[in-house]
Design a protein around this ligand. Sequence first.
Ligand SMILES: [Zn+2]
Length: 122
Amino acid sequence: MERACIGFKMKDAAQAYRHMKLELVEDYGSKAYGNILHTWDDGERYLCRCRSCGGYVLVQSSEYHSFTDGDDSYYKDYFPVDSPEEADELNRRYNGFDIERESGIRFMICDNNNPHWSTKGK
Ligand SMILES: [Zn+2]
């Protein structure tokens, strides 16, 4: 049976983050179906499978280019998906900003090595 990583059911985001041992399944790149698959200046979206539980995780990585070298910022969002088909459906429906704001999905955000849950969602 295909399903999302069980880490998304954990209360503690740091615990969920430690649980997720991610292995790349499919790289969607920075654009699909006319949607930009990241926020800020640069980034990409890719589907992973968790080696701890076999569940799926859709990752969106976004980068901010600063004018001074070596000072770029980035963060990653982790979304639960039950299958590659569901991941691709999210690519079709939501660009980088909309998947965060409009999808209603509760996801994990990791910036500066600090994982936390998005506040809105299911
Ligand atoms: Zn897992």
